[in-house]
Ligand binder design. Structure first.
Ligand SMILES: [Zn+2]
Length: 182
């Protein structure tokens, strides 16, 4: 059984590469720029969070332990380059590269073309309210890259945490939640 799993999910028994080097497909993209930035500046800018392999933002307390990115919903099951085009049979609906491409469009790992996504989730990720919240979070994380004073960085993390709190007290935001009426 372990052989089977190793063949079908070759990243399972390996730690993800660190620091990550963008493959040619991603080099120079906003995703690659922020992922590299937040990996290299985890201690000063990342609030001790690891960069998500799907969205590149510092959202994960650990890497490769099966945790979920609260921003893009990717489950961090160790999949990373050079296995980012492998089909994953786990809770992620497609490959890591598909999730990265979707994030650039939908602000989460889900694709609008995926017919397996429940209607309620599709409604949520299409809603302007939800998209605005996602954008506000991305902007707040992006702003970290412009700051150098530790006080400013700490203040920016306060803003990020406030945004998360506002989100959790408002409309449901994960694909497993049922969207509530505003
Ligand atoms: Zn993510």
């Amino acid at each position: 059984m372990s052989d089977y799993r190793e063949d079908s999910l070759p990243w399972l028994n390996r730690l993800p590469p660190y620091p990550w080097t963008p493959p040619p497909e991603w080099a120079g993209t906003p995703f690659a720029i922020r992922r590299v930035y937040f990996e290299l500046n985890r201690e000063t800018h990342g609030n001790d969070k690891c960069a998500c392999p799907a969205c590149g933002y510092p959202t994960l307390p650990h890497r490769a332990n099966g945790g979920y990115c609260p921003l893009c919903f990717w489950e961090d099951d160790r999949q990373d380059d050079p296995w980012a085009d492998y089909e994953n049979s786990g809770p992620n609906p497609g490959t890591l590269n598909e999730a990265r491409r979707s994030f650039a469009v939908t602000l989460c790992m889900l694709s609008l073309d995926d017919s397996d996504i429940p209607d309620s989730t599709m409604q949520l990720i299409r809603s302007e309210v939800w998209r605005e919240r996602q954008r506000a979070l991305c902007d707040a994380y992006d702003r970290l890259m412009e700051l150098s004073d530790p006080k400013d960085i700490a203040q920016q993390w306060d803003i990020i945490e406030l945004l998360w709190k506002q989100n959790s007290s408002g409309q449901a935001r994960t694909p497993n939640d049922t969207p509530s009426t505003p």
